[in-house]
Design a protein around this ligand. Structure first.
Ligand code: NCD
Length: 310
């Protein structure tokens, strides 16, 4: 039996290292199709439902590009406005409907656990495209792909996760995956936005080298990868609290003087002010390549959960 067919993609914690490696290998094979250099009809006749209850540019469009490059189709909504959710329909009811219209569901929602709930009500595979401050497993797979392709390996790379480690779902997912690969981690955040303790405890249990600091300057020399994140304004209960930490870090050219020559700078995007655009032209900047890598990685995942091997 194919262990991937029909599988929900809810949290990176449901993945073994071997699972992740098989996605990365499949993504590498899908690259020429993602780039438009080769064509494929592997998902001909398949329909993806994209249910986005929160803003998205890259995640939604890269899922659409992935599906369409493989000959599939996409239906859905980019915001709950204009749907019956406005009339008070529950997520469970919406999901029950949508599963009968499509072969796979991609869901982004402000509530932690929403994707797991949707999966309980759907016999079709559900892919979590971000559930509040919870998880963002497909982003993690594209982040891992970017490190693996860029550095040749994930194991042994010292990775600094920088910014909003409290509310940022990308770092919540990524930290666990990096620990599976034995990558030393440095957590860099303002005191108010530290990584939740239960995640830190989970990371400690893996035995990887783990450090935490509030000062970005202290880690620039040691890091192989700086994974910079946006302060998640929309998750702050108090706007004043946000304005106190909004400009905590800025990666700019003077900061990078001390960095390793081959330091890779990543960011899930969108960025606000945490990376100076002057950095874009340096060989350190990997974030636009990282955003593109969402296409081959999502192609690989879609083929796998739909039981089609490209
Ligand atoms: C991230 C998200 O939505 O969690 N964006 C993305 O999917 N690339 C990061 C963010 O919004 O800051």
């Amino acid at each position: 039996m194919d262990p991937w067919k029909g599988r929900d993609i809810l949290s990176i914690r449901d993945f073994s290292r071997a699972d992740i490696e098989s996605v990365l290998e499949a993504a590498r094979k899908a690259m020429p199709i993602a780039q438009g250099a080769k064509t494929s009809r592997s998902l001909d006749g398949k329909v993806l439902s994209a249910m986005f209850f929160e803003p998205s540019t890259r995640t939604r469009l890269s899922f659409e590009s992935a599906m369409q490059r493989l000959g599939g189709r996409v239906i859905g909504f980019a915001s709950p406005e204009g749907t019956s959710i406005q009339k008070g329909e529950t997520l469970a009811d919406t999901v029950r409907m949508v599963e009968s219209y499509s072969d796979v569901i991609v869901l982004r929602h402000p509530q932690e656990g929403a994707a797991r709930l949707a999966a309980d009500f759907s016999s079709r595979p559900v892919i979590n495209a971000g559930d509040g401050a919870g998880q963002h497993p497909t982003q993690t797979l594209q982040d891992l792909y970017t490190i693996w392709e860029g550095r040749g390996a994930i194991e042994g790379q010292t990775i600094a996760l920088v910014g909003d480690l409290k509310y940022g779902r990308t770092v919540h997912s990524l930290a666990f995956a990096l620990a599976l690969f034995g990558a030393p981690l440095i957590l860099v955040s303002p005191p108010e936005l530290e990584m939740p303790w239960e995640i830190v405890e989970g990371l400690k249990e893996t035995g990887i080298p783990l450090q935490a600091t509030h000062r970005l300057e202290d880690v620039v020399r040691a890091a192989d990868v700086l994974y910079v994140t946006r302060i998640q304004k929309e998750r702050f209960p108090d706007p004043q609290e946000y304005s106190r930490v909004a400009d905590s870090y800025r990666v700019d050219l003077p900061l990078l003087r001390e960095a390793k020559k081959d330091l890779m700078i990543m960011h899930p995007l969108p960025r606000v002010a945490e990376i100076d655009p002057a950095v874009d032209a340096t060989s350190h900047a990997a974030y636009f390549r990282q955003a593109f890598n969402g296409v081959p990685v999502r192609m690989a995942l879609l083929e796998m959960v739909l039981g089609v091997r490209g």
